[in-house]
Design a binder for this molecule. Structure first.
Ligand SMILES: Nc1ncnc2c1ncn2[C@@H]1O[C@H](COP(=O)(O)OP(=O)(O)O)[C@@H](O)[C@H]1O
Ligand SMILES: [Mg+2]
Length: 367
């Protein structure tokens, strides 16, 4: 599967995988173009290369017989010379077929090509992955609640089957055409009920993606439990709400987004170093997150009532002041009118008092 110079890769899409084998060898592999493998997979027409991950490439394809669009993931023999990578790929197929859940990617087929390339045919997620949807932005609490509920549902189903995903991150959650989220890439999954003969962690290598990795997973791949996935989901909650991945001494989510302090406390718990301090299971994770998100609504309600009461008091005081002023003005106007009337009323002339009248008056006053 070499590069076809007639069909150079789109510049924005990386197509090369650098793989470190168990023996320490470094293998470079260029994903073939869709045209190069168009008719290689039985029953499919490969149409477009749409993603290159750590362990192979993913293409959009059409399934002739059913006339539907599907995704096909290939693991070429070139990057899987060691048994472990191949076992992981096969295990991913078995895990997917055992998990029949509306939020877990559906598998349609699995097989091997004559050149030893393994392939996995799954339902097509036309919305791409959640990393693309998040787009480095902060999203509303209502939206995040809905996403968390779907992912936690899928994790709950996987954990119930003894499957721990171990590489939960936005790039491994896909978006279906109806907007539903679906959990994908169980390539690093660990099963407590072994689906193959070899243990997945035989090489002792660290699996997962650093930012989403729980402390116990960094310490030893063998220490993972369902709580390891819940830690990663906690990281995703912070990322979805704030648009940032928590690193080092990260800021509280409530300082970066309109979320209540209860959400900060929830994230701290989900990302607790001690797995025993995290929510007990995926269902509890979902329930506690919902509870934390509902807190602000009550607080906002109280704030609205306080604001309303303050407004009423203010309006009444203003009205009282206006009445007092109006009364004062009316009184002043009345006083002015009285004064004007008084000034304009002609005073009647008083005739001068005669001497006789004066004597008469004095005589009548004498007892
Ligand atoms: N079913 C699918 N539909 C659409 N895109 C997919 C599908 N599966 C994978 N992809 C794309 O390919 C990328 C890599 O796929 P993934 O299964 O995570 O493989 P890897 O193990 O190589 O990381 C995903 O992040 C997504 O963008
Ligand atoms: Mg992946």
């Amino acid at each position: 599967m070499s590069e076809d110079p007639a069909h150079p890769p789109p510049p924005s899409r990386p197509r090369t995988i650098v793989h470190h084998t168990q023996t320490g060898a470094v293998v470079r592999w260029d994903a073939p173009s869709a045209e190069q493998i168009a008719d290689s997979i039985p029953g499919l027409k490969v149409l477009e290369l749409c993603g290159v991950g750590g362990m192979g490439a993913v293409y959009r394809a059409e399934q002739h017989r059913l006339g539907r669009t599907v995704a096909v993931k290939i693991l070429p023999a070139a990057i899987a010379p060691d048994e472990e990578a191949r076992i992981r790929f096969e295990r991913e197929a078995r895990i997917l077929s055992g998990l029949n859940h509306p939020h877990v990617l559906q598998i349609h087929d699995f097989g091997k090509l004559p050149d030893d390339t393994l392939y996995l045919v799954t339902e097509w997620a036309s919305g791409g992955d959640l990393a693309k949807l998040l787009d480095g932005r902060a999203h509303s609490m209502t939206q995040v609640r809905d996403w968390v509920r779907q992912i936690a549902d899928a994790l709950g189903a996987a954990h119930a089957q003894g499957v721990i995903h171990r590489d939960l991150k936005p790039a491994n959650v896909l978006v279906l055409s109806d907007g539903r989220l679906t959990l994908a890439d169980f390539g690093l999954a660990h099963t407590t009920q072994p689906a193959g003969s070899n243990p997945l962690t035989s090489s002792g290598a660290l699996f997962g993606t650093f930012e989403y990795m729980a402390p116990e997973q960094m310490e030893s791949a063998g220490l993972v439990t369902p709580a390891t996935d819940l830690y990663a989901l906690g990281v995703m909650v912070y990322q979805m709400l704030t648009g940032r991945v928590p690193r080092g001494a990260y800021a509280r989510a409530s300082r970066l987004a309109h979320v209540p302090a209860q959400v900060d406390a929830f994230i701290n718990r989900a990302m607790a170093n001690d797995p025993a301090k995290r929510p007990g299971d995926a269902a509890e994770f979902s329930r506690l997150f919902d509870q934390a998100c509902r807190a602000p609504e009550r607080r906002r309600h109280r704030q609205l009532i306080t604001l309303g009461v303050a407004l009423v008091i203010l309006t009444l005081s203003w009205a009282r002041l206006a009445i007092v002023r109006a009364e004062k003005k009316a009184a002043e106007a009345e006083a002015r009118v009285v004064e004007i009337i008084r000034r304009n009323t002609p005073t009647r002339p008083t005739p001068p008092v005669t001497d006789a009248q004066a004597t008469e008056s004095t005589a009548s006053d004498t007892p």
